[in-house]
Design a protein around this ligand. Structure first.
Ligand code: GLN
Length: 537
């Protein structure tokens, strides 16, 4: 990465009216356009909840937990940032209120504030500002885009809005606020309504922050009348009223924002002279492939959180990326592992050309996953197993091929006769849950001949992990003798990272999470090959 060409500009993205308007996608889209103009950009998410990180949160509450190279368990928006920018994020890119308070309280205990009353202003707001400016410290970035989680008006986001107010005051035009809001369409009145936006900007004004740009999420195009009205009531110029219309794919949003000139307005307002227009050639080529697939392929995803697609966000996006490389559209069938039984197994999996068994924790739905894997293994259906999925694949194989009927993971059955998946020795001493798994990037050595060597084309790879349990190497020889090999091994610890099954059209299990590394610019080779194999069946 080259160094900054300008003094770092700080851009804040806040949300009004309601949650789920897509602040993460707007932040990532703006970042993409600035990157495509040759600037260096990073995106940060500030989450107003008190958990230190989302690692201990139920996916039903907060969707997928994304993992960075340096082992941070983060909000799923960081996945979007990486998928759009193709630049890794780190611990510093996701900060929660829990982290802010933890650090202020620990400083207080150390005596850093001796004699002072420690308060939200200035101590908490100073810590927030410090965490934002930290990203500019190494002089790597022209732009730091900071997305504030939650909705303006929430009690818990107040200190963040106050920190923004202070930074704007200190930095003037080096600091800019984009407020994302909703313009609802009322069918009965046949009208788009600006009132919720006016109110949400008023709330910002009460806190002392005038948004510079309004990005208006809408089902229908905004006409000039509406744009002028929003501009007038919200004290922004009309060119700073940006329409963000609903679209069929998140990947089209950067192009919509380019049409609306969001990047140009940002450069103008932050007084950065625009040198080159954004080069979006590669991105447009990706969209063209996405929009005109030559064929479709139906792929199944077996998991226990399928009611909420956000729980498997990175897997779903990786399949979209891999589909475009294969000129095909992946139609995803989500299958609830708790609903799979012997009697409906065939029906649940019928017609699928490939299946992924998802990562996860705990016993719920585990036997359904194992039944599904047995069907996929014995019927030669392309199968990719991720983390817990790989552990289940080995349990299935141990029970039905190695003749170890009681085989299990000690996570599900600590008293199992054959603990083929077991907790690592050093993990046995760990009793606290937050941030203590095997987390982040580890290298893996690939032996050949193997399918995965052909796929990666490299002997040493690096992939991200998030798990506590591991293959028990005591059983490994038996697996290998029966046709399930382990071509991927961690060179330091000897832990099994990849398994594959000989004589099957495509059967690969990985202890790591390849889905965290697939991006628009660099779709992941495992997903590409899996979709290719599924398209051929
Ligand atoms: N529960 C398993 C473990 O902790 C797998 C975790 C996962 O799938 N991410 O090892």
């Amino acid at each position: 990465m080259t160094g900054p060409k300008i003094n770092t500009r700080f851009i804040f993205v806040t949300g009004g009216v309601t949650s789920s308007l897509g602040k993460g996608i707007i932040s990532a889209s703006l970042a993409k356009l600035l990157q495509a103009r040759g600037y260096t950009v990073t995106i940060q998410k500030l989450d107003p909840y008190i958990n230190i990180d989302p690692g201990t949160l139920n996916p039903y509450e907060h969707g997928e937990c994304y993992v960075t190279d340096d082992g941070a368990e983060t909000d799923l928006d960081l996945g979007h940032y990486e998928r759009f920018l193709n630049v890794p994020t780190s611990q510093a890119n996701n900060v929660t209120t829990g982290k802010i308070y933890q650090s202020v309280i620990s400083k207080e205990r150390q005596g850093n504030y001796l004699g002072e009353t420690v308060q939200v202003i200035p101590h908490i707001t100073d810590e927030i500002k410090y965490r934002i400016k930290l990203l500019a410290d190494k002089n790597e970035f022209d732009f730091v885009i900071t997305e504030i989680g939650g909705t303006v008006g929430d009690i818990e986001s107040l200190p963040y809005i106050e920190a923004i107010r202070q930074m704007k005051w200190e930095m003037g035009s080096n600091c800019l606020v984009i407020h994302l809001t909703l313009i609802p369409y009322l069918a009965a009145a046949r009208e788009l309504k600006t009132k919720p936006t006016q109110h949400s900007v008023k709330t910002m004004l009460e806190y002392g922050v005038q948004p510079d740009i309004l990005v208006c999420r809408t089902e229908r195009p905004l006409n000039d009348h509406i744009r002028n009205k929003i501009a007038l009531f919200c004290n922004v110029d009309v060119s700073s009223v940006i329409e963000s219309i609903d679209t069929s794919s998140i990947y089209k949003v950067p192009l919509l924002m380019q049409d609306e000139k969001l990047d140009r307005v940002v450069l103008k307002k932050t007084k950065v002279s625009a040198k080159q227009p954004p080069n979006m050639k590669r991105w447009r080529a990706f969209i063209n492939r996405l929009e005109s697939p030559k064929h479709t392929v139906e792929i199944g995803l077996v998991g226990k959180y399928v009611e909420l697609v956000d729980s498997y966000k990175s897997i779903i996006e990786s399949l979209i990326h891999a589909g475009t490389v294969n000129n095909c559209k992946v139609n995803l069938r989500l299958i609830h592992s708790e609903h799979i039984g012997k009697d409906n197994l065939k029906e649940k999996l019928s017609g699928l050309k490939g299946v992924i068994v998802a990562p996860g924790f705990g016993n719920r739905g585990i036997e359904g996953k194992i039944l599904a894997i047995n069907y996929l293994r014995t019927n030669g259906i392309p199968f990719m197993a991720i983390c817990l999925g790989m552990q289940c694949a080995m349990i299935e194989f141990a029970r039905n091929v190695l003749d170890l009927p009681g085989a299990h993971s000690t996570e599900m059955n600590p008293a199992t006769a054959d603990p083929i998946i077991d907790i690592m020795e050093e993990q046995k001493k760990v009793h606290i849950k937050g941030g203590t798994m095997r987390l982040g990037a580890f290298s893996c050595k690939i032996s050949r001949p193997s399918r995965v060597f052909d796929i990666y084309g490299s002997e040493v790879i690096s992939e991200r992990h998030r798990h506590r349990f591991e293959v028990n190497n005591h059983y490994l020889k038996r697996f290998e003798d029966a046709g399930m090999s382990a071509p991927g091994i961690n060179p330091e610890s000897g832990l099994v990272e990849i398994i594959e099954l000989k004589g099957h059209p495509w059967f690969v299990g990985v202890q790591f999470h390849p889905e965290y590394k697939s991006t628009v610019d660099a779709p992941h080779p495992l997903f590409i090959d899996f979709v290719k194999a599924s398209s051929m069946i």
